[in-house]
Design a protein around this ligand. Structure first.
Ligand SMILES: [Zn+2]
Length: 382
C-alpha cells in the first residue's frame, strides 16, 4: 500500500514539449483535516524535498496500519519549470527565466473573485461559510485559463492547497537554523508546528504582502474575505507557514529522516493520523514581528568572511562578518565590517566566500525589539 500518485500535466510554452508536477495523495479526498505540504518551489532547495521523501516512507507504513484519518497531499518537487532551467551547467531555480519572476512571488490572489461568488450567501454559521468559500475558491481556480506554463503551475499548486486546513511550503536557505515565516493571524495556532519541527526562529508577517508568496495567498484568502464581509462569521480556516529547513549543506539523511518524523508527529497531533502524538517538545524560540528582524546588507562590492554562525545568539554591535575588497587602494579600508543591530538569534546568513554586490542580504537576526530601520518593511528584500 502506498500513496496515490498523480502526475498533473502543465500547459506548455514550447511546441512538442511539456512538463508535469507530481502529487502524492493519502487518505480519502475531502476527509478532514487536510494538510498540504510542498517543497522546492525554488526548485533547487532540496532539504524539504528530502524530508518529504522520508515522510513518504513513513506515511506508506501508516497506510498499511490503517491510521490515515484525514487527507494529506505532498508535492516533493513543486517546481518542474525551475528544475529544468540550467545555464552553462548551473541550475537557475529561483526565477522563471521567461518572465524573470521569483517563483515564490506573484501567486494568484483569488480573493476578489471568491468574494464575488459568495456575496450574499454567507451568514453566521462559520462551518457552512468555510464550506461555501472553499467550494467557491476551487471553482474560481478551475476557471483560470492556463495561458503559460508558469500560470498553469501556479493554478495546479493552488488547486491542491487552497482548501487545506494547514498548508506548509518548505524551502532551503543558504546557511540557517530551522525557522519559519508565518501569517500574523496564525500565532499562536502554529506554536505546535514550531515546537514539533524544532524552529529556532519564527517571524510573523503581514498577511497582505503585495508580492503574493504562495503561503501568503493561501493563508491570506480568509482574512481578506473576513475583512470584505465583517457581518459574516468567517474563521481563519487555513494556517500557512513558509518553512526554511536549514541551509543547503544540511541536505543529509540524518536531518531528512528527523524532519520527516517531526512532520509525522505534527500530522498525528493535528488528527490527520490516528493515535497519540508524543509529548510536544519544548519551545526553542518566541514568535517575533517582522519589524524585529534585523537584516545585514553588503555595504560595497567584495566577498564574504563570517565570524558568527547561524544559530548563535548576538547583541547589537557584535561583529557578524566582513565584506572584503583585497584591491582597495588603502589596505586598512579593505575590510568592511557589518554589525548586528538586534539582540537575538542569527537564524540565516549567506555563505562564506561568496562574491556580493552592494545591498546583498548577508544575514538575518530575529529579536523582540522593533527596529527603527525595519519599520514598515517586509522581509522580501532578496
Ligand atoms: Zn526558497
Amino acid at each position: 500500500m502506498s500513496a496515490r500518485l498523480v502526475q498533473q500535466e502543465l500547459a506548455s510554452n514550447y511546441i512538442g514539449a511539456s512538463k508535469h508536477v507530481t502529487f502524492l495523495h493519502y487518505g480519502e479526498e475531502g476527509a478532514r483535516p487536510k494538510i498540504y505540504i510542498q517543497a522546492a518551489l525554488h526548485a533547487g532547495e532540496m532539504t524539504g524535498t528530502l524530508a518529504l521523501h522520508h515522510l513518504r516512507g513513513l506515511l506508506d507504513r501508516e497506510v498499511e496500519a490503517g491510521t490515515i484519518r484525514g487527507e494529506i497531499i505532498l508535492a516533493p518537487l513543486a517546481n518542474p519549470i525551475g528544475l529544468g532551467q540550467f545555464s552553462a551547467g548551473d541550475q537557475m531555480g529561483r526565477f522563471e527565466t521567461q518572465s524573470l519572476v521569483n517563483f515564490n512571488r506573484e501567486h494568484l490572489d483569488i480573493s476578489p473573485d471568491v468574494a464575488g461568488l459568495v456575496a450574499g450567501v454567507l451568514g453566521d454559521n462559520s462551518a457552512e461559510n468555510v464550506r461555501l468559500i472553499r467550494a467557491a475558491a476551487l471553482s474560481v481556480l478551475g476557471e483560470i485559463p492556463e495561458t503559460s506554463e508558469w500560470l498553469s503551475l501556479r493554478k495546479h499548486l493552488l488547486l491542491r492547497a487552497i482548501d487545506a486546513d494547514v498548508c506548509l511550503d518548505l524551502h532551503t536557505d543558504m546557511e540557517a537554523t530551522m525557522f519559519m515565516y508565518i501569517n500574523a493571524f496564525d500565532w499562536p495556532a502554529l506554536e505546535d508546528l514550531g515546537r514539533d519541527i524544532g524552529c529556532r526562529a519564527i517571524v510573523s508577517l503581514d498577511p497582505y504582502v503585495p508580492s503574493r508568496t504562495f503561503a501568503g495567498v493561501v493563508g491570506g484568502l480568509w482574512p481578506r474575505l473576513a475583512a470584505a464581509w465583517p457581518a459574516a462569521s468567517i474563521p481563519h480556516a487555513c494556517q500557512t507557514a513558509m518553512i526554511e529547513m536549514r541551509g543547503r549543506h544540511d541536505c543529509d539523511d540524518a536531518h531528512g529522516s528527523l524532519d520527516a518524523l517531526n512532520l509525522l508527529n505534527f500530522l498525528r497531533r493535528r488528527g490527520v493520523l490516528s493515535g497519540d502524538a508524543p509529548p510536544l517538545p519544548p519551545s526553542q524560540c518566541d514568535c517575533v514581528d517582522v519589524e524585529g528582524m534585523d537584516v545585514g546588507y553588503a555595504p560595497a562590492p567584495g566577498f564574504t568572511v563570517f565570524h558568527r554562525k547561524a544559530g548563535e545568539e548576538v547583541t547589537p554591535g557584535d561583529h557578524i562578518c566582513d565584506v572584503i575588497d583585497p584591491t582597495a587602494a588603502d589596505f586598512t579600508l579593505s575590510r568592511m565590517p557589518v554589525y548586528a543591530r538586534q539582540t537575538g538569534t542569527i537564524y540565516a546568513r549567506a555563505l562564506d566566500g561568496i562574491v556580493v554586490t552592494p545591498g546583498k542580504v548577508l544575514f538575518r537576526i530575529a529579536g523582540g525589539a522593533r527596529l527603527p530601520h525595519r519599520l514598515g518593511r517586509s522581509w522580501l528584500d532578496d
